[in-house]
Design a protein around this ligand. Structure first.
Ligand code: ADP
Length: 334
């Protein structure tokens, strides 16, 4: 039991069920036809304190939409989100604001998300002020402590974002997120804009912070290598749905879904003799305005069978927490 909340410590911190987001779009100025982008379809997930769930998939698969729906930065069309057992989608505005302290987001492009006219100290202090967490000397001390936690010095507080490198700016973004004492962070492609050597440093920082504070992460990336480095479990998304989910080691050693296998085949390897013999992906992701019938991956799948064209495969769990949504390659049973 948690002494703070009275909840079972093994219970997930974040839970989503049936999470769905459809964006209505019109086809033209004079057109009355209404179409919907099916960005997220019936997604279920759990994340525990201290755990990282990596979410991977090609661009447009709904990863960002998922992260934003969990934080209620956008309103889902349907479904349920629970944080620490509380129904996030039913919270009135004032309570949602309070809960936002516990649920933060880190963005891909730290430069675009940091106000160029504000000094770093003020950027990091903003959340502390908004939530009335500290004032005066105490606030200043807290900002210095946060900068230290992310590997920056107190002298950096008086500088502007443009004076920093990409990696340092991402550290500022992380300090800003940490300032309000979160328990869950959505990290949306946080290292994609950084050089390879800097990526590792920022990933290691996120992992250290997780260990120190027991943070839960939803870590979004299109890069399987990055996701492998940081995640405890990985969910693979395709056209708004989770098509495979497994503990990291299982997913990378024994990928089942043809989409996951194709993504892994596309990952560059240092030694070509160890290149996996798997068919890389053909064609582009279809439009979520008119997703293919049945399994949305079927037009690109080399193993397609007749029922794949008509029946949406359910995400079914097998042994070891490995779940797959595929008619042809279900999750292993032992
Ligand atoms: P990812 O993060 O995997 O790249 P997104 O969640 O950003 O995917 O987008 C999923 C789909 O939803 C894409 O087809 C995208 O074009 C569409 N989409 C995202 N935001 C909007 C919006 N505000 N209005 C209409 N369509 C949107």
């Amino acid at each position: 039991m948690s002494p703070e909340t009275g909840r079972d410590c093994a219970a997930p911190l974040v839970e989503a069920r049936g999470l769905t987001k459809h964006y209505p779009v019109s086809t033209g100025f004079f057109s009355r036809e209404k179409l919907v982008v099916r960005a997220l379809e019936d997604v279920a997930l759990d994340i525990r304190a201290g755990e990282t769930l990596g979410v991977v998939g090609e661009s447009g698969c709904g990863k960002s939409t998922l992260g934003r729906c969990l934080l209620r930065l956008i309103e889902p069309t349907a479904g349920e989100v629970r944080f620490d057992g509380r129904d996030v989608l039913a919270l009135p505005a004032a309570e949602l604001r309070r809960m936002r302290r516990a649920m933060q987001i880190i963005f891909q492009d730290p430069y675009a998300s940091l106000n160029p006219r504000m000094r770093v100290g003020a950027i990091v202090a903003e959340g502390i002020e908004v939530h009335g967490l500290a004032r005066g000397v105490e606030k200043r001390r807290r900002v210095e402590e946060l900068l230290h936690q992310v590997g920056l010095g107190p002298e950096h507080a008086d500088r502007y974002p443009h004076e920093f490198s990409g990696g340092q700016r991402q550290r500022i973004g992380i300090a800003r997120a940490l300032a309000v004492g979160p328990r869950f962070i959505v990290a949306d492609e946080p290292v994609s804009a950084l050089d390879l050597s800097i990526q590792a440093q920022v990933l290691n920082l996120l992992m250290d912070l997780q260990e120190q504070m027991g943070l839960a992460y939803l870590f979004i990336s299109h890069d399987l290598r990055v996701v492998e480095h940081i995640s405890h479990r990985v969910a693979v998304m395709y056209l708004g749905r989770i098509v495979e989910r497994a503990p990291r080691a299982l997913l990378y050693a024994n990928p089942r879904h043809p989409y996951t296998r194709a993504l892994l085949a596309a990952v560059p390897v240092a030694d070509p003799r160890h290149r996996p013999k798997r068919t890389p992906l053909q064609g582009d992701v279809p439009s979520p305005l008119q997703p293919p019938s049945g399994c949305a991956f079927h037009p690109r799948c080399p193993y397609v069978e007749p029922r794949c064209r008509t029946e949406v495969p359910a995400l079914i769990a097998g042994a070891g927490g490995h779940a797959v949504a595929c008619h042809v390659f279900p999750a292993p049973t032992e």
